[in-house]
Write a protein that binds this ligand. Structure first.
Ligand code: NCD
Ligand code: ZN
Ligand code: ZN
Ligand code: ZN
Length: 356
């Protein structure tokens, strides 16, 4: 039995408020526990988006009632909420800026508003950025000019990881995450996935990009799932929304990399626990730990996952290593497929003091 600290996923979409047919704070945090995560950071591209105190409170209320693992909630950067955002900083695990088009209405197209967010965002937590290609160069420049910390979400290409490496070398305050799907899937998987199910932002990249990510592991601070559930009806429908679920497959995929000696176990823990905790300034979850049956081989079947979306881009893959038990702050919260932590037992890691 392998024992690890509770994993922390700094990038999940739990779809509350407004998208609970895809996921909610309960199903999403059960999926998190099943995947070995004891804390998740939830994104603000909900309906309504989390851009002011009223919308943030909607998400907080739902989370407080339903969450079964610990969590933080991101605030969204809008074009008209620069002062509201900085005032709400103490309640958010970070400010999320969408520089490029993706799922949901949040998108930063105004350069003056972007500058104002970078000028005003206070405190120690980073500005997390969906910033692909040219947009990445813009937010790296902003971080440098305004001396702010940026965390780059779901890096997917060779040129992006190269730019982040250079920025780090020059002392820019930048950290980044890569998803398991950008490490294990490429464009070459698209025919088998089908065009709707294969939709994700950033898009699956070339095999050369995937190789460049693996060759740049030292630049990658976190593995984040970007768990982005949409129903199969939506993915197979007329206008398939982008996004893959990932909470329940991430650890087994990364353990596969450990098994193949592409990654050390220390490197896994660093990127799935230690660095997310440090980067987002989360309180230590001292008694949160997981037990894994290392040799257990299982086949991914979407219908068997806990996420409400009911599918996986890794359908049919045989993965090694399965979570047996999860202890959340000392309490047995999950065992062999069953969530034991009651709804509401998850804590907000940001706005309430968590006893050590
Ligand atoms: C995400 C979603 O569905 O919310 N989709 C995705 O393809 N990654 C949005 C995002 O993270 O960009
Ligand atoms: Zn994104
Ligand atoms: Zn996302
Ligand atoms: Zn087993």
């Amino acid at each position: 039995m392998l024992e690890l600290p509770g994993l922390i996923d700094p990038h999940v979409h739990l779809r509350e408020p407004g998208g609970t047919h895809k996921e909610d704070f309960e199903t999403g945090t059960i999926a998190a526990l099943a995947g070995g995560f004891t804390a998740v950071l939830a994104m603000p591209n909900t309906q309504p988006p989390l851009v002011d105190s009223a919308s943030l409170e909607l998400a907080q209320l739902a989370a407080r009632a339903k969450a079964r693992c610990d969590y933080g909630i991101f605030l969204g950067a809008g074009e008209g909420n620069t002062s509201a955002a900085s005032a709400l900083a103490p309640w958010a695990c970070g400010l999320k800026v969408y520089m490029d088009h993706t799922y949901g209405p949040l998108r930063m197209q105004s350069l003056p508003a972007l500058i104002e967010h970078f000028q005003r965002w206070p405190g120690s937590r980073p500005i997390a950025c969906h910033a692909e290609g040219h947009s990445l160069a813009v937010v790296l420049a902003m971080a440098h000019l305004f001396d702010r910390r940026v965390h780059i979400c779901h890096v997917s290409t060779a040129v992006e990881i190269q730019l982040i490496r250079l920025a780090k070398e020059r002392g820019t305050q930048v950290t980044c995450e890569v998803t398991p799907h950008h490490l294990f899937l490429s464009k070459s998987n698209l025919p088998a996935l089908g065009s709707g199910r294969g939709e994700v932002r950033p898009r699956l990249a070339t095999p050369e990009d995937v190789a460049a990510l693996w060759e740049s592991l030292e630049v990658i601070d976190c593995f984040a799932t970007d768990h982005a559930p949409h129903t199969l009806a939506e993915k197979d429908g007329e206008q398939p929304p982008p996004g893959f679920p990932g909470l329940e497959t991430a650890l087994s995929l990364m353990l596969g990399a450990v098994n193949e000696e592409r990654l050390g176990m220390d490197g896994l823990v660093l990127r799935m626990h230690t660095n997310p905790q440090r980067i987002f300034d989360l309180p230590p979850q001292r008694e949160s730990r997981i037990e894994i049956d290392e040799d257990h081989v299982w086949e991914v079947r979407g219908v068997e996952l806990h996420s409400r979306c009911g599918w996986s881009p890794f359908e049919g893959m045989k993965l090694r290593g399965r979570v047996r038990r999860v202890y959340l702050r000392g309490q047995l919260a999950y065992e062999d497929g069953q969530a034991l932590a009651p709804p509401g037992s998850g804590r907000d890691l940001i706005s309430t003091p968590v006893p050590a």
